[in-house]
Design a protein around this ligand. Sequence first.
Ligand code: BG6
Length: 497
Amino acid sequence: MSGQSTVIAIFGVTGDLARRKLIPSLYSNFIKGRLPERLRIVGVGRREWTHDTLIDHAHDSLRKYAAPIFDGCAWDRFRQTLSYSKVNLPQPETYQNLKNDLDALDGGKSNRLYYLSVAPEFYRDVITNLGRLDMARENNGGFDSSSFWRRVVIEKPFGYDLATAQSLNRAVHSVFKESQVYRIDHYLGKETAQNILFMRFANTIFEPVWNRSHISNVQVTVAEAVDVGTRAGYYDGSGVMRDMVQNHLLQLLSLIAMEPPSAFDADALRNEKVKVLQAARPVHLQDTVRGQYAGYRRADGVAPDSATPTFAALKLFIDNWRWKDIPFYLRSGKAMRQKTTQVNIQFKRPPNSIFELTESGDYSRNMLSICIQPDEGIHLTIEAKIPDQQIAKSVDMELHYKNAFIADNLPDAYERLILDAINGDAQLFIRSDEIESAWGIVDPIIEGWEGDPAAPPMQSYAKGSWGPAASDCLLEREEHIWRISCLHENGATRGSE
Ligand code: BG6
């Protein structure tokens, strides 16, 4: 890697994300030799820690979350990159301490990545203070040997709604240029989400049928088996639309629906993604379903009369030449039957079938399923003749990453994202216009749910189910049905199509 020295300052190093993801991902990149040779990692936090406390903390984190790749010799080298700096985020005067610490390491002349792994209410404080102390100014953007860059990585949630996202963008842009800003959506760092682009644009067989003439509907399911757990403090004030749909689901949707970019670079890619979001037709409230799992209100920290949705399903249309009038169904929920993230592209029925009905009593259709997680892969459902009978049955042609790539341990999304931010590749990060467009889609739904008496009521659903029955009705109106392909229990999630 480059001979330039690089400092990574992790704000919120004492928190859960740093412990579970950031430190292990940095370490994994470190042992793969992918990080700059002259590297310093500075943990920034409010606690009275010493450098040694941080080193112990990092050690524990690696023993717990990176055990299979932990190596004593590598650790001895890695620990030497670590130091700690104390900052009380809301107190401007404490940032001088950080500036002094960083300057002592690099004389102000190295590249710097500021990673904001802190509660969202502190984003503005950190950014404003970095600006005030002139810590965001680059020297020629790091493009030659005497220059250096400054970049900021901002975790989700970015804003609480469109207005707060716009206001935060203004605050960020008053200090950093957009090209210095890396807004995280960790779903984009998942191997299988990245593979959507490879599958679509490194092959020629899909693109000709990737449109309204051949596709009947597209379904994105992001189901979680876990419930709210210990996160009610954050979650009860957010709910599934802000927590999952505004970011992860709309990002997956834009990768599926975007036009082919002219190059594999951040601008070309994000230009196309944002066009998809901007072409989304406002969602009718009648095309939405909100649910709350039974028992949610009894969870620790949840208000006893909470109206926070833990499940959402919606039907969305992209008003452009490729997708006009083709429904995109999105659903996500907590406490659902199984953890699975999958995109199912349901193709149209044969226009004229010369065969008898299929085993399920219907002329079935082809389906392409992108299994984002777990059991990452791609399945193609086709109709095949049942031997010794004159009817067809749906069978799957399956690609499983674990067989195709000997990939038992796919790299964590954060490993890719941290590396990309260090290398200045913003493809997998969300641009300001993307984030605002996404809020523009979900805001009216949330407002409708909260204030419009005509909005569909909250539905209760049983833990361990696929969500409320109303979510099936949403599709039944169009004679569609939720499909699940990437589980052992293949087929439709209820009934059959
Ligand atoms: C986070 C949400 O962004 O994504 C969590 O805040 C959710 O509520 C998580 O559990 C899901 O991520 P993954 O990678 O486990 O699917």
